[in-house]
Ligand binder design. Structure first.
Ligand code: FES
Ligand code: ZN
Length: 303
């Protein structure tokens, strides 16, 4: 097996591209994909200040490293969500990468800073910890980016994540979610910062290979709450299809972005956006869920 670019011995085969690469050319391919995605969707440019959300897993660590190497103005943000040892271990990984490479990092701790506890909230509101965690993260991504004058929030979502989300949304015809699934979510309100996914064409396997080649430390374990999640099942189904027919995930996602997505634009709920009466962040109700969460946790502490 020869590298398609330099004809030396190849180290990794990417069946969906019908291509094999040596390590050096893989890194070239990888960085090229990322910069192409950024340009294609006009995600940001070198003048913009980018907030990269880092969990400590391979995807976000790869995102952080590649954006820094490509010369973007990146500040990383890590959120400690109070998920026991998993959170402590991931915080260490992120902090050590920042200090080794002398990179700016914002750390938010939802318990220390806001008194939030996703387990208490999950019990009181009868919602899964993941859905509470998701709301908190989305709120903080935007709030930190808005307060800090950032132009975009970048996340490490990969091709596998995006194809699995798409499959889930198609299976239950979630029109609103389908309308909003894209590599870029543009600013629809002056206080809502653009969200971007520069790795959306790269697979989990490619992100893993990238961090291994660059000797980047990352947290190997997934969040304990992801066990049994529907998204994992969707990923398994897509992996089966991909094995039989390489390129399936990519065709599914790109086909949707190019041909399918536009059909959902006018059915996307026209939710009225307003500012939260407590914190001023954008919401669709009087008080945003984050502020309600803070109240619930503080009340519980008092009693
Ligand atoms: Fe949020 Fe797992 S990362 S519940
Ligand atoms: Zn609020």
């Amino acid at each position: 097996m020869k590298c398609v670019r330099c004809k030396q011995k190849a180290k990794i085969l990417l069946k969906r591209h019908n291509a094999a690469f040596c390590n050096e050319c893989f890194l070239y391919y990888y960085r090229n994909q990322v910069t192409k995605n950024i340009r294609k969707y006009k995600m940001f440019d070198k003048k913009d200040k980018i907030l990269a959300v880092i969990s400590g897993g391979k995807d976000s660590m790869a995102l952080w490293d590649v954006l820094v190497k490509e010369g973007y103005n990146v500040v990383a943000m890590y959120i400690n969500l109070g998920i026991g040892e998993y959170s402590n271990r991931s915080q260490k990984v992120v902090e050590s990468f920042a200090s080794k490479n002398n990179l700016p990092l914002i750390v938010k701790d939802i318990k220390k800073e806001f008194g939030l506890d996703i387990y208490k909230l999950s019990k009181t509101l009868k919602r899964s910890p993941c859905s509470i965690c998701g709301s908190i993260k989305r709120y903080l991504f935007n709030k930190v980016a808005y307060d800090g004058g950032f132009s975009a929030v970048a996340t490490g979502h990969n091709l596998d994540d995006e194809a699995a989300t798409l499959l889930g949304n198609v299976l239950s015809w979630e029109e609103g979610y389908l309308a909003r699934q894209a590599p870029v979510l543009p600013q629809t309100h002056p206080k809502l910062i653009k969200k971007v996914k520069p790795l959306y064409t790269l697979t989990e396997r490619e992100n893993l290979y990238y961090v291994l080649l660059n000797k980047i430390e990352f947290l190997h374990e997934e969040c304990p709450h992801s066990v049994g999640a529907r998204s994992i099942l969707f990923k398994e189904v897509l992996n089966k299809l991909e094995e039989e027919s390489p390129g399936t995930k990519q065709r599914f996602l790109n086909g949707f972005l190019e041909k399918g997505r536009r059909h959902f634009q006018d059915v996307s709920e026209k939710l009225e956006l307003r500012e939260c009466k407590t914190c001023g962040q954008v919401t669709t109700v009087e008080e945003c869920s984050f502020c309600r969460f803070v109240k619930i946790c503080n009340q519980q502490q008092e009693t």
